[in-house]
Ligand binder design. Structure first.
Ligand SMILES: Nc1ncnc2c1ncn2[C@@H]1O[C@H](COP(=O)(O)OP(=O)(O)OP(=O)(O)O)[C@@H](O)[C@H]1O
Ligand SMILES: [Mg+2]
Length: 255
C-alpha cells in the first residue's frame, strides 16, 4: 500500500512549521527524509501518524484517507511509528516490550515474533531482561521490532542511528560494508550496521515501505532509494538517492 502525503501544512502556536510538504512511499521503498535540526522532519512524521493537526493537506494510505483519523486508528490501518529517541519501556522485559504494541491493538502474536528475531537476533537472547538494561542500539532494535509486530504496511523511523557516537558517524557508510563483510566488533558502528541491514532486509521483502528520517548522509545513501530534503518546513529537493548532489548537501545538509 502506498503512503501519500499531499500538500501538508502544519502550525504550532500560530507559526507555520510545515509548508506544502508532499511525498509518497511505495511498498518496498526506503524514502529518506533529510534536513538540518529543526526543519520539520519529526513534525512531518507526526502529521502522518496524527499527533499534530493539519491546517491543510491529506495523508492517504492505499485508497484510505487518514487525515481525519485518530493516531490509534491510523496505526491499525497499517502505520508503524518508531519515535525519535527510542521510547521503550525500561521497566518491562524485552518480550513485554515487543508484545505491547500488538496487544494494544487486540492482536495475538503467533509466528510474527520469529520474523523479528531473524532481523534482530540479539533480542531473542534477551527476552527476559528489562528493556532499560539494553544498550542504546539494542533499544533501537527493540523499538523497531515492536513496531514491526503491529504488522505495518508503512514504517516511519525517526533517526534510528541517533545516539551513536558522533566521532564515528562520518564513517558509518563505509563501516557498514566493512563490518558486514568481515564481522568486526566495534560497538558503535556495529549497531548502525545491524539497523542498516535490517532496514535493507525489510526492503528486500518488498511489502513494507519505509519513511526514514535521517541526518547521516552516508547512512541514507547506504539504505535509501529516494530522498527528500527539507529546509525551514518545506521540501526543497528530492529525487533518486544517486541524484543527491554535493551542492544540495552543502546548501541544505551540512552544518
Ligand atoms: N510542540 C511544539 N510546539 C511548538 N513548536 C514546536 C513543537 N515541536 C516542534 N516545534 C518546532 O517546530 C520546528 C520543527 O521541529 P521538528 O521537531 O519537526 O524538527 P526536526 O527536523 O525533527 O529536528 P531534529 O533534527 O532536531 O529532530 C522546530 O522549530 C521546533 O522548535
Ligand atoms: Mg526530529
Amino acid at each position: 500500500m502506498k503512503l501519500e502525503l499531499s500538500r501538508l501544512h502544519v502550525s504550532y502556536d500560530g507559526s507555520r512549521i510545515l509548508r506544502d510538504v508532499s511525498l509518497t512511499v511505495s511498498p518496498g521503498e526506503v524514502v529518506c527524509l533529510m534536513g538540518r535540526n529543526g526543519v520539520g522532519k519529526t513534525t512531518t512524521l507526526k502529521a502522518v501518524i496524527g499527533l499534530v493537526r493539519l491546517d491543510q493537506g491529506t495523508v492517504r494510505l492505499g485508497d484510505q484517507d487518514l487525515s481525519g483519523m485518530r493516531p490509534e486508528a491510523r496505526a491499525r490501518s497499517g502505520l508503524g511509528y518508531v519515535p525519535q529517541g527510542r521510547d521503550i519501556f525500561p521497566g518491562l522485559t524485552v518480550w513485554e516490550n515487543l508484545r505491547i504494541g500488538a496487544v494494544a491493538q487486540g492482536r495475538k502474536l503467533n509466528g510474527e515474533a520469529e520474523r523479528v528475531f531473524t532481523l534482530f537476533p540479539v533480542l531473542k537472547d534477551m527476552l527476559q531482561r528489562k528493556g532499560g538494561v539494553l544498550s542504546g542500539g539494542q533499544q533501537q532494535q527493540l523499538a523497531i521490532g515492536r513496531a514491526l509486530l503491529t504488522n505495518p504496511k508503512i514504517l516511519l523511523l525517526d533517526e534510528p542511528t541517533e545516539g551513536i557516537q558522533p566521532n564515528i558517524i562520518d564513517q558509518i557508510g563505509e563501516t557498514i560494508k566493512r563490518l558486514s563483510a568481515y564481522g568486526l566488533h566495534d560497538d558503535g558502528p556495529e549497531r548502525a550496521a545491524e539497523i542498516g541491514q535490517a532496514i535493507q532486509a525489510l526492503r528486500r521483502e518488498g511489502q513494507i515501505g519505509i519513511l526514514l528520517v535521517e541526518q547521516y548522509l552516508d547512512f541514507c545513501i547506504e539504505v535509501g532509494d529516494t530522498f527528500h530534503i527539507m529546509d525551514r518546513g518545506a521540501v526543497v529537493a528530492h529525487g533518486a538517492i544517486n541524484e543527491l548532489s554535493d551542492q544540495m548537501v552543502r546548501q541544505h545538509l551540512t552544518v
